[in-house]
Write a protein that binds this ligand. Structure first.
Ligand SMILES: [Zn+2]
Length: 390
């Protein structure tokens, strides 16, 4: 028996609105708090939690950027001759993504999504390392660098494995009593919510499954550790997509050439533009101002959200849609999906949550990067407590 185990359970997309009227984890972790998210997708929310820093500091924001000089995709240009009927198929893309990931030795999550092969060599992919590993950030350290530097023994999930397998792997590690810190990652709810939306009965059913798993895990942990500090948290929520917006069809008819006058990445809730002349900038700005489902984000607001980059690496202009609007077709997908996140952080469904068995959540924990403070604090406390001779 060891004195202390900090146990951090990350339930992807389990937003504040998802659990607000649900008894989720109330028995295990009765203290709960609404947390502000970070503007962007999981590609920025997860690194922000793991580093305690914001996108303008760690530079893990959106996946694809205009960067032909550094594009690793030049070899894929040959595929531009394949018929779209083949190359836009999800199964082909998934197979190719795996192939490219191995070929280019990307360590993180990688998906080619729906980027047209004709233009793929104009883009770079920004998450070449896994933020769930030491040295996994684009800039600066994360929690795993911290743990290695302080020689704190830890367990972290492997996101490529099924959720239940990651649960079993953690239980096995806990039984050895060699851990001072544990980080469990469950992405399944995010996938479900994208598919069925936030009102489906499948959502509370999935929450009940998570509760059973957590009860099993806690029972095991309590056999080996006198005190278990449990934290269950998320990165963002999920909005239902009730309005579809074909943004491409507003931009492509403009008398501008893609790749010569401008380049764009159509994410599912935002579009990010790069301009090569003033005419392109003014034509596109004018066209976007006529789209009522969204708005151009001013620099002041981007700065406030900590997503303004001095070098405009992720785009010179960002157009964001209102909560519930889905840009489709986009470079993220050809067809609509039921739920999406990546809206404005102050939109209701964007908020994340933190539940704990601790008697209080510190007042300075208000946004998801603040979870890092709890992780470092408790990991150091556990190392100190667990190394004392019994
Ligand atoms: Zn998601």
């Amino acid at each position: 028996m060891k004195p202390l185990l900090p146990l951090f359970i990350f339930v992807d997309a389990c937003g504040w609105e998802i659990i607000r009227h649900d008894s989720f984890a109330q028995k295990l972790a009765p203290q709960r708090k609404k947390l502000a998210s970070v503007f962007g997708y999981s590609s920025t929310c997860v690194p922000s939690i793991l580093s305690g820093r914001w996108p303008d500091e760690h530079r893990n924001w959106c996946y694809f950027v205009y960067d032909p000089k550094n594009s690793p995709f030049k070899s894929l240009r040959a595929l531009r001759w394949l018929p779209t009927a083949v190359t836009s198929r999800r199964i082909f893309r998934r197979w190719l993504s795996k192939f490219v990931k191995v070929h280019l030795s990307f360590r993180g999550y990688f998906d080619l999504y729906n980027i047209p092969f004709k233009y793929i060599s104009l883009y770079d992919f920004t998450e070449k390392k896994s933020p769930l590993q030491p040295r996994g950030m684009n800039r600066g350290p994360n929690i795993f660098d911290f743990l290695e530097e302080k020689e704190i023994r830890y367990h972290v999930s492997q996101p490529e494995k099924p959720e239940a397998a990651n649960l079993d792997a953690l239980m096995a590690d806990i039984a050895t009593e060699q851990l001072d810190f544990a980080f469990l990652y469950w992405p399944g709810l995010d996938g479900l919510l994208h598919q069925v939306g936030n009102q489906s009965p499948e959502v509370p059913a999935k929450l009940r499954v998570y509760e059973q798993w957590m009860e099993k895990l806690l029972a095991e942990a309590k056999q080996h550790y006198a005190e278990v500090r449990l934290y269950i948290f998320s990165d963002h929520g999920m909005a239902n997509c009730d309005v579809l917006l074909d943004l491409k069809s507003k931009i492509e008819p403009l008398p501008l050439r893609f790749g010569e006058d401008y380049v764009v990445v159509y994410d599912s809730t935002m579009a990010r533009f790069w301009f090569f002349n003033d005419r392109a900038r003014s034509e596109i700005t004018r066209a976007l101002n006529e789209v009522p489902q969204g708005r151009i984000l001013p620099d002041s607001e981007m700065k406030e959200m900590r997503t303004l980059f001095d070098d405009r690496y992720f785009g010179e202009l960002v157009f964001l849609v209102q909560e519930g609007v889905l840009i489709v077709p986009s470079h993220m997908g050809e067809r609509p999906i039921r739920g999406m996140h990546g809206y404005h952080p102050t939109d209701p469904q964007s908020y994340a949550m933190l539940c704990t068995n601790q008697s209080e959540i510190p007042a300075d924990v208000t946004a998801i990067p603040d979870i890092y403070k709890l992780m470092t604090r408790d990991a150091e406390a556990a190392k100190l407590a667990n190394q004392k001779p019994a």
